[in-house]
Design a protein. Structure first.
Length: 405
């Protein structure tokens, strides 16, 4: 009998919970806990209507370790899936160590006042997780997550040595709003407004943020959706991949943005609405970005009329049997099909399905170990098989052509 505690009832939480409910053979008892219990109840109600399954709901403030410990002790799960916000990662990890329960998340910890995407805070838990005899699986969404597994797969099956990796993330969807983000607006805008970094010959190289002059971009021809402008961006999975992929000389991350998105973001940045420090407004302290989040569409509610597809994958160049080869591994996810399955858009879907799959592998002990793991350190084969079975098929093709140098 497996029990899973899911924390966070947003766009991704909805997908993970429904996917766990669909995988009834492993997830027999499900508790969904979040800050606002109404959101948990809404998801539980739809699960009851769609699958006839009862799931539990609870209110929790995941910034508070004692509250989390009490909830875990009461429900006794074997794993906690954290799909709240990156700010809660360390509190939830502390609670898992205190109770001896496995942990899995989809985004690395960020201090509220410092939007740097670094694994150092969570890697520091290595000994604590080892001593407690439990496993922490970090970054088990799509990117990070499946992209790391694509790299592990390429290393295991396709190359003797991988020289370059380009991760390419395209959302060619239309949600019908003038400006909206596909996951939590605060976290998304913190990520996209950062100085960009990529890694080459052992060094991190900085280039301007995507909304500034001099940012690096090129047109990539994505399968099924065609040519899209793709911008160099810093993304957290590069930090672990440079440690774990042998012989790597360069890794970059590219994301597509529409002109409309970039223009809106530039204006918001210029007028100070993306600031993360407190400002005084009529005697109240306000963080402009948190205020902006309240005004923007809720990503969990974008699904219904979302059209188009996401295409996320990795292009590899390296050596196989002494010859240079290029391969492209990718997934295509249709927003409307994701909505049909779990009433969510494709960005929540491509994050929630892998989180469920990773948790399933830990519960089945297919993935096992003690300590803190990034996805490329775990066997990619059962994981990639499971996501394909659960709505995210993927493809491997020869890559013909050259990416910019
Ligand atoms: P949402 O904002 O839609 O959902 C976050 C949920 O967490 C909300 O229900 C929120 O509660 C809850 N929450 C926030 N703070 C607390 C707290 N202190 N205690 C309990 N619950 C809390 O975000 P998304 O679903 O879009 O994203 C979820 C996570 O997934 C994020 O960390 C994001 O970075 C990650 N992600 C990862 C991706 C990947 O590919 N690896 C891609 C996309 C997202 P409330 O409803 O009260 O606000």
């Amino acid at each position: 009998m497996s029990r899973v505690l899911i924390i966070g009832a947003g766009g991704v939480g909805n997908v993970v919970t429904r996917k766990c409910a669909q995988n009834v053979d492993v997830f027999q008892d499900i508790l969904l806990a979040s800050r606002t219990i109404d959101k948990c109840q809404k998801i539980a109600k739809r699960i009851k209507e769609q699958y006839g399954r009862e799931i539990g709901v609870a209110q929790v403030d995941a910034d508070k370790v004692p509250e989390l410990v009490a909830l875990i002790k009461d429900f006794e799960p074997q794993i906690v899936i954290n799909v709240a916000l990156p700010y809660q990662d360390l509190a939830i990890m502390d609670a898992c160590v205190a109770t001896g329960v496995h942990y899995l998340d989809t985004a690395n910890y960020e201090p509220k006042d410092n939007p740097k995407f670094e694994y150092k805070y969570q890697w520091a838990y290595q000994d604590k997780f080892k001593q407690a005899g439990i496993m922490a699986v970090l970054g088990c969404g799509f990117d990070p997550g499946v992209t790391n597994a694509f790299c592990a797969y390429a290393q295991k099956h396709l190359f003797d040595e991988i020289h370059t990796i380009d991760i390419l993330d395209c959302n060619a969807g239309e949600h019908g709003h003038p400006f909206a983000t596909n996951f939590n607006p605060e976290i998304n805008i913190r990520e996209v407004t950062q100085v960009v970094r990529h890694w080459k010959d052992g060094q991190w190289i900085e280039t301007p943020p995507v909304i500034e002059d001099g940012c690096v971009h090129f047109t990539f021809n994505y399968p099924e959706v065609g040519p899209r402008e793709s911008y160099l961006l810093y993304h957290e999975e590069m930090e672990s991949l440079v440690k774990h992929i042998k012989g790597l000389k360069r890794i970059r991350f590219w994301m597509t943005f529409s002109e409309t998105y970039l223009t809106h973001l530039k204006v918001l940045q210029n007028v100070g609405l993306t600031r993360i420090d407190e400002v005084e407004y009529e005697g109240c302290k306000v963080v402009p970005l948190k205020f902006l989040k309240v005004l923007l569409p809720d990503p969990a509610g974008l699904g219904q009329n979302y059209k188009g597809k996401t295409v996320i994958g990795c292009v590899f160049k390296g050596l196989k049997n002494g010859k240079i080869e290029q391969k492209y591994i990718y997934n295509i996810c249709d927003h409307a099909k994701a909505y049909e399955d779990v009433e969510a858009q494709a960005v929540s879907y491509t994050t929630g399905v892998p989180a469920m799959a990773g948790a399933r592998l830990v519960l089945e002990q297919t993935w096992k170990g003690q300590g803190v793991f990034n996805i490329e350190q775990l066997d990619p084969d059962p994981f990639l098989e499971l996501i394909a079975k659960n709505g995210l098929p993927w493809h491997v093709v020869d890559f013909v052509g050259e990416l910019p140098d």
